[in-house]
Design a protein around this ligand. Structure first.
Ligand SMILES: Cc1cc2nc3c(=O)[nH]c(=O)nc-3n(C[C@H](O)[C@H](O)[C@H](O)COP(=O)(O)OP(=O)(O)OC[C@H]3O[C@@H](n4cnc5c(N)ncnc54)[C@H](O)[C@@H]3O)c2cc1C
Length: 463
């Protein structure tokens, strides 16, 4: 069934959100009813699904092969208000979904730091949000998904073992980086909301210990929790940061004007927060030091409670279009890892090493994950996760990251595949001890290796 690459589609250079390491593939935009034909046309280099390209690394690239972009098909959204679930096509974006759901009093179960991800991308990466400590990752909320296999057939999958249900394939697809097939559509549970606003409690904290202690104390009391850390701070200020805890606001918390239409939602609105990239657009130590100081001081000392819009609280980076270009031509990477609870000393050492390296890093996110799920390649596990954005052309970056890798993997931690640029196959084996279990399922449903990506070849996830 495999052919040489003579099928229709445009040959294009593609990169991830980090803009590093672009490669050329034949890109095919496919409507749902064209998908089976596109799958049958895959060349020897195979194919991979691509959503909105918001993964930082190379999981949605396939050098020399095909990349299948599923049409947004927003008419493929069906809300079940009684069950509190929605069924949406794999190419539907969370951005479009929120515009439909929020005015009806529903919110997605998990959102990442950008609205511009698809449902297929959310499940394939098993994304986490600021509520992981309470509610787990996206896959925890999926009750059913339909997957197109390499032979063009579609299977219906659910998470629980049941006669006729391939639950192993369900969990191999959650976090499976598109390597088990194309997610055609999925049904998942929603969060009921009374308003489209967030009640946000902000704490400015002077040292890493304060940040971590406060997170431990407050996580159980809040649905959403995240801390920004100033990685240029040193000495007694090492790891100073701003913790924001959030809840969906109730009508009583709204101003009289806002309360007149409590579920009003405008994803396009440019809310009045300072842009969350250094305003000069130049990423160097001076500009980032200045930015970090402003960002830190912007949070009032002690505890502060306010009301924010959904975009301002969850998706502030979306307010700055194309912000990924400020890192220059060679692009940037996001280094994200998790270490289990009990490895707090390792987290501290990592932060000390990054701080000592004086890298201009403004985007840092520290969170506490709750328990992981059954997906063998799902990233989250109970512990602390840190994510940092850094330009790829910084001298000394590679040896620094290697030294951090050793610490993370030595502590029983792992790195997030969807953000990865630099891991080795051995690192993945160490971080994901259930890799062989995942491979067995994948080999069963794709014995010919139809699904392939730059990530899968680089990390030897598949043969
Ligand atoms: C600003 C920003 C903030 C972010 N914050 C977070 C965060 O807080 N938490 C988090 O977990 N992630 C975060 N991410 C990462 C992002 O959520 C994931 O990379 C997500 O998978 C991107 O979705 P996408 O639709 O753009 O998929 P793509 O990047 O296009 O693809 C990602 C993976 O999904 C697969 N895929 C896409 N569609 C399908 C489909 N229909 N069927 C099968 N496989 C498919 C691809 O093959 C690929 O392996 C962030 C990214 C950015 C840019």
């Amino acid at each position: 069934m495999r052919t040489d690459d003579t099928t229709p589609g445009r040959r294009r250079l593609l990169a991830g959100w980090g803009r590093a390491n672009p490669t050329a593939a034949t890109v095919r935009d496919v409507e749902p009813d064209e998908l089976a034909a596109a799958v049958k046309d895959l060349p020897a280099r195979g194919g991979i699904a691509r959503g909105l390209g918001r993964s930082y690394g190379d999981p949605a690239q396939n050098a020399g092969g095909h990349v299948l972009r599923l049409a947004p098909a927003n008419d493929h959204v069906a809300i079940d208000d009684d069950a509190g679930t929605v069924t949406a096509g794999g190419g539907v974006g969370i951005d479009d979904l929120l515009a439909i759901l929020v005015p009806r009093g529903w919110f997605v179960p998990v959102t990442p730091g950008t609205r511009f991800v698809t449902i297929g991308g959310a499940i394939a990466s098993d994304i986490h949000g600021k509520n992981h400590h309470r509610e787990g990752s996206f896959g925890n909320h999926v009750t059913r998904l339909r997957l197109m296999l390499a032979d063009g057939t579609v299977v219906d999958l659910a998470p629980e073992p049941a006669p006729g249900n391939d639950h192993e394939l369900f969990w191999a697809t959650v976090g499976g980086m598109g390597l088990t097939g194309v997610i055609v559509d999925a049904t998942f549970r929603l969060i009921p909301i009374e308003t489209s606003r967030m009640s946000v409690e902000t704490h400015r904290l002077g040292h890493l210990d304060d940040v971590m202690d406060r997170m431990v104390e407050s996580d159980a009391d809040f649905r959403y929790s995240v801390a920004w850390i100033d990685l240029l701070a040193r000495g007694k200020h090492l790891g100073r940061g701003v913790l924001t805890n959030g809840e969906h606001a109730v009508p009583d918390q709204l101003s009289p004007t806002a309360a007149s239409d409590p579920l009003a939602y405008d994803g396009r609105q440019l809310v009045a927060v300072p842009p969350v990239v250094p305003p000069t657009g130049v990423i160097n130590r001076l500009s980032v030091t200045a930015f970090n100081e402003v960002w830190y001081r912007r949070a009032r000392t002690g505890r502060h409670v306010g009301v924010e819009s959904i975009p301002a609280y969850f998706h502030p980076l979306d307010l700055v279009g194309g912000w990924n270009r400020v890192y220059g031509r060679s692009g940037f990477l996001q280094y994200q890892f998790v270490v289990p609870f009990g490895a707090e000393a390792v987290l501290r050492t990592v932060i000390e090493r990054i701080s000592a390296a004086r890298l201009p890093i403004f985007l840092t996110v520290l969170k506490r994950f709750g328990a992981g799920n059954r997906g063998p390649l799902s990233f989250p596990m109970g512990g602390w996760t840190l994510a940092i954005d850094v330009a790829t052309d910084r001298s000394g970056l590679a040896p620094l990251l290697r030294s951090l890798d050793d610490l993370v993997l030595g502590a029983g931690g792992r790195h997030y595949l969807t953000k990865d640029f630099h891991m080795t196959p051995a690192d993945v084996r160490r971080g994901y001890p259930r890799l062989d279990e995942w491979r067995a399922v994948r080999d069963r449903v794709d014995p010919g290796g139809a699904w392939a990506s730059d990530l899968s070849r680089r990390l030897e996830l598949t043969d």
